[in-house]
Design a protein around this ligand. Structure first.
Ligand code: SF4
Length: 328
């Protein structure tokens, strides 16, 4: 399969203690992942896991401290490469209404990427109409301003704008956040249709596991800026190899509360990146932690074909989804 996005050993540090300080705070550490043409990859983890930093680093909005980004097989290093990437890969932001300028009409906003990237736009009205139609919105919406849109409409306008230059990759940051369940379903169906019709690849950043089940072929789990598990979505949900993934799945709202796994439910808060735990960085919250976990950091290693986990004791049988659920 042709790879559209390749990240190799990507790290991002932020300065700590002002401009004169040399201390750096590691936010993302040695992240390697790829997205193939037409593939949908979900990047999951709690707040503070580094998901949004990764998206910003890919788009060139956040400097990287180590590693490499390749887009369509070409290295992305300088400003010209990032300009090319931002033309061929679009970002869909979490707060759709806030990311749309309030003084511009929807028609102008959805065609604005042509102006930003100096691409020919012979018939703006028709292009706007076509883009709105592609996301299931009527042409009349082109005359409205962002504050006149519902949450679902604003999200669709965000998608239309992202599609303007026919990108090969769409990076979507929490595409369903803040939407009612019925509108979430609409947006998910729209993303699935666009993928089928346009062969778009997705990198979806989310903590919504229902969304991941619905749209992702593969899942990459981040904890404190490191990949802790990666694999095909159906396999990971059926039998997570890493206790953190098992805890996220156990915490998912279930229609039958008896199927919630209280024994696997995640404990405590994400530790601060200022104070990373020694050994396995998940040991302070891990229900399976043993002595070695507090002393030695595990490596990201294969646990099965196409699967990786960063754990000394992966694939514990109790991680699997089963019917011996514990009530609480
Ligand atoms: Fe838990 Fe130990 Fe695995 Fe870390 S290495 S996730 S503490 S079992």
């Amino acid at each position: 399969m042709t790879t559209v996005l390749d990240l190799a050993g990507l790290s991002v540090d932020l300065p700590l203690g002002g401009f004169l300080s040399r201390a750096r705070l590691p936010i993302l550490q040695d992240v390697t992942l790829s997205v193939a043409r037409g593939e949908s990859v979900a990047l999951v983890g709690e707040s503070g896991s580094g998901k949004t930093t990764l998206a910003r680093a890919v788009m060139g909005l956040q400097p990287i401290s180590a590693g490499a980004v390749r887009f369509d097989g070409q290295p992305v290093t300088g400003p010209a490469d990032h300009a090319r990437l931002r033309r061929d890969a679009a970002m869909m932001f979490q707060d759709a209404t806030a990311s749309l300028s309030p003084r511009l009409t929807v028609g102008y906003l959805v065609t604005e990427p042509f102006r930003i990237h100096r691409q020919p736009l012979p018939d703006p009205a028709r292009t706007a109409r076509d883009l709105l139609a592609a996301v299931g919105l009527p042409a009349a919406i082109a005359q409205r301003y962002p504050h006149e849109l519902s949450g679902g409409q604003a999200r669709r306008v965000g998608v239309a704008r992202a599609l303007a230059l026919r990108p090969r990759l769409l990076i979507a940051d929490e595409p369903t956040a803040g939407l009612d369940v019925s509108v979430q379903a609409e947006v998910l169906n729209l993303l699935s249709d666009l993928r089928r019709d346009m062969g778009l690849a997705y990198l979806i950043i989310t903590h919504n596991l229902a969304l991941v089940r619905h749209v992702a072929d593969r899942i990459v789990v981040l904890y404190l800026g490191r990949v802790v598990e990666e694999g095909p979505t159906a396999q990971v949900f059926a039998a997570p190899a890493h206790p953190y993934t098992a805890s996220l799945i156990a915490a998912e709202p279930k229609p039958d509360p008896r199927k919630r796994r209280a024994d696997l439910a995640i404990r405590g808060e994400v530790p601060s990146v200022l104070n990373r735990p020694k050994g396995c960085e998940f040991h302070t919250r891990c229900p399976m932690a043993r002595d070695i976990c507090r002393q030695m950091a595990p490596a990201l290693a294969p646990t099965a074909p196409d699967r990786l986990a960063r754990c000394h004791f992966p694939n514990q049988p109790q991680h699997k989804e089963d019917h011996h659920a514990v009530e609480h």
